[in-house]
Design a protein around this ligand. Structure first.
Ligand code: GRG
Length: 305
């Protein structure tokens, strides 16, 4: 528990901790055995290393809110797939040819602990593994067309019109002046689409979900994703190195366009708060019990790591 009312720790939210165990168990079961190969050692190192698991938490909390009629194992596997795509992106993002970060989650990044080729291959391996996990879900309550839509959604989120394009525009923007609209777009593609896929994948499972409610959930995901990114930029300046698990000011050192560099710290804080407020407002109008989604959304902007 933190003593600072302005800060929320994962430990302050016991339901997230409970979910975390469920998520980590599903991820571990989906990975090749640790000692299978050099690559599997690198995969275990990079995946089972204390991430916040925000994306799989969204999958679990959406499933809880919508009370979807599939087995809990299906939800766990979808959550694991979402997190594996995220972990792949972090491994590749840290590479010397990308963001060149030596630390991730408080430990040497994958290419530092192992070597560059191993990090590339570990990332290459877990991206399709995520899709393999989804394709092999066995659940008689999961309809084939729902399964196909979910696979398509996650594939699109990390593909050429999603994460890859976001990353490419992010690298191209280094050292350049860009406007806030461009920055929003970069982050929507780079991180927002995967967050949205975690939310939308559960909407797909809800029979009878009204179109307007599905749209509202997607809108919630967009606000959530952007608030998350802005907070990430703020923590890169004001955070505690030990807590965020990498050196401070790494964005500034790389001449990256960030929210604080474009609109300043104060306006960035205000924008993150406003996005969170709007996200909560969307949830409050939905005819579902979104209590824990509300708490996760507040955590996003009150977190210190
Ligand atoms: C390599 C194609 C390719 C894309 C990489 C998502 C991404 C694109 C890079 C991530 C780099 C980064 C630091 C982005 C800022 C926002 C973000 C995704 C932060 C890290 O996510 P958290 O806070 O991390 O959820 P944990 O460690 O908790 O999982």
């Amino acid at each position: 528990m933190t003593n600072n009312p302005e800060v929320l720790d994962l430990k302050d939210l016991p339901f997230l901790n409970k979910n975390l165990k469920r998520i980590d168990k599903a991820i571990l079961k989906s990975l090749p055995p640790k000692n299978y190969s050099k690559i599997s050692k690198a995969i275990h190192y990079s995946v089972l290393n204390g991430g916040k698991r925000i994306r799989p938490q969204l999958v679990l909390l959406m499933a809880e809110a919508l009370k979807v009629d599939v087995s809990p194992k299906t939800i766990d596997l979808m959550a694991a797939a979402g997190e594996l795509i995220h972990c792949y992106s972090l491994i590749h993002d840290d590479l010397p040819s990308m963001d060149d970060d030596d630390f991730r989650r408080g430990k040497p990044s994958c290419h530092k602990k192992f070597d560059e080729a191993t990090a590339i291959l570990a990332g290459d391996a877990i991206q399709p593994l995520a899709l393999e996990i989804l394709t092999t879900i066995k659940d008689e309550k999961l309809k084939p067309d729902q399964k196909l839509k979910i696979i398509n959604l996650f594939a699109k989120a990390c593909g050429p019109k999603g994460m890859v394009e976001g990353q490419s525009r992010d690298l191209a923007a280094e050292g350049k002046k860009i406007n806030i609209k461009d920055l929003d777009e970069i982050h929507y593609l780079k991180t927002g689409k995967l967050i949205e896929a975690c939310v939308e994948s559960i909407c797909i499972l809800k029979d009878g979900l009204l179109k307007k409610d599905a749209k509202a959930f997607l809108n919630f995901a967009k606000k959530f994703g952007l608030a998350f990114q802005i907070k990430d930029d703020i923590l890169d300046i004001l955070g505690d190195e030990k807590k965020i698990g990498k050196p401070l000011n790494s964005d500034a050192e790389k001449n990256k366009a960030t929210y604080p560099t474009i609109i300043g710290l104060k306006a960035s804080q205000e924008r993150a708060e406003k996005l969170c407020f709007d996200a909560l407002k969307i949830l409050s109008k939905l005819p579902y019990n979104t209590e824990n989604l509300v708490k996760l959304s507040k955590f996003i902007i009150l977190r210190d790591k």
